[in-house]
Ligand binder design. Structure first.
Ligand SMILES: Nc1ncnc2c1ncn2[C@@H]1O[C@H](COP(=O)(O)OP(=O)(O)OP(=O)(O)O)[C@@H](O)[C@H]1O
Ligand SMILES: [Mg+2]
Length: 297
């Protein structure tokens, strides 16, 4: 608090000169993230200043949340504007005469359709996040079988994997307790992780899903042999809209919300998420969920 106190003393000096109450914001040091609001008022004895009362309030968390909200709105606007600009541009070009060329019309409508899909996905993802935000889901009466849902997800994504030339494998033990989550939400988590694995793995690679039980938790890992994530980015991939390579992800129709949704769903059910990766080698995403007491597949 050294700097803050020093600054406060300077401010008291100013007050003494001005004889007014002051409220100022202090940063502990230019780099330290801690922020205080200082309120001060004079102590007067017969019109004479004999001292000052100083109240310091730590508003670091408040400022951090304000900052996050501002960034979120800026990100959402940017993400919405990109496809909209493209839709508008192609629609205008068609209206201005390109319609006469059947081939061009077909190509432009294709792009408009693609961008509309992206907008729809973005809005769906934002709504999912808003629904999950801050909500703690009550443990369910009957949870989901990770092996059953895992296999469904593998089947669902098999065509994408084949198109990309990536192999899919699932290693699920015979007897695995059910996880305390609905099949639907567990499916969303697994789809996001496996889809990422496929998207960020070059042809000839593989994506593997493993699950095991450990001390009342079901632990799931989705590992790929893909491009990997640089060390400085790994702690940020669960943030909303964070993408290591914006252009590459956007090119694949990504919104950067997938992992944020995964983290929200898992944490809302009392679980944790994790990721480790080596550039050029691959990535492993893990999550845990509380399991149901009775062992059952
Ligand atoms: N398995 C992976 N291998 C390499 N990079 C990954 C992997 N999974 C995620 N990433 C990186 O983390 C970023 C965030 O992932 P996330 O799933 O949140 O967004 P996205 O895949 O870009 O878009 P969306 O999931 O919304 O379609 C990705 O853009 C990518 O850079
Ligand atoms: Mg994704």
């Amino acid at each position: 608090m050294g700097h803050a106190v020093l600054l406060s003393l300077v401010t008291i000096g100013i007050y003494v000169v001005l004889r007014e109450a002051l409220a100022i914001t202090l940063r502990q040091t230019p780099t330290a993230p801690q922020t205080f609001i200082v309120h001060m008022a004079p102590i007067l004895d017969m019109e004479r200043v004999v001292g000052a009362v100083l109240v310091l309030r730590d508003v670091t968390e408040l400022r951090r949340l304000e900052q996050m909200r501002t960034e979120f709105v800026a990100n959402v606007s940017h993400e919405l504007r990109t496809p909209l600009t493209s839709i508008k541009g192609f629609a205008e070009t068609l209206l201005e005469g390109a319609l006469d060329d059947k081939e061009i019309t077909r190509r432009f409508l294709g792009i408009i359709n693609l961008e509309t899909n992206r907008l729809q996905r973005l809005i769906d993802d934002l709504l999912s996040l808003a629904r999950l935000e801050g909500k703690r889901v009550e443990p369910l009466a009957s949870g989901a079988s990770v092996s059953v849902v895992g296999k469904k997800v593998m089947t669902l994504l098999a065509p994408l994997a084949e198109e990309r030339g990536v192999e899919l494998h699932a290693h699920m033990p015979e007897r695995l307790p059910r996880a305390r989550i609905s099949e639907d939400l567990l499916g969303q988590v697994l789809i996001n992780l496996v889809e990422n694995g496929i998207k960020y793995t070059p042809k000839g690679g593989r994506v593997e899903m493993r699950a095991q039980e450990h001390e009342g938790l079901v632990q799931v890992a989705v590992a790929d042999t893909g491009i990997g994530i640089p060390a400085e980015s790994i702690s940020r991939v669960f943030e909303r809209f964070y993408r290591v390579e914006k252009a590459r992800s956007r090119h694949m129709g990504g919104t950067g919300l997938g992992l944020a949704i995964v983290k929200h769903i898992v944490e809302a059910h009392g679980g944790t998420v994790g990721a480790e990766s080596r550039v050029g080698r691959g990535s492993t995403f893990t999550f845990t969920l509380p399991s149901e007491p009775a062992g059952e597949t």
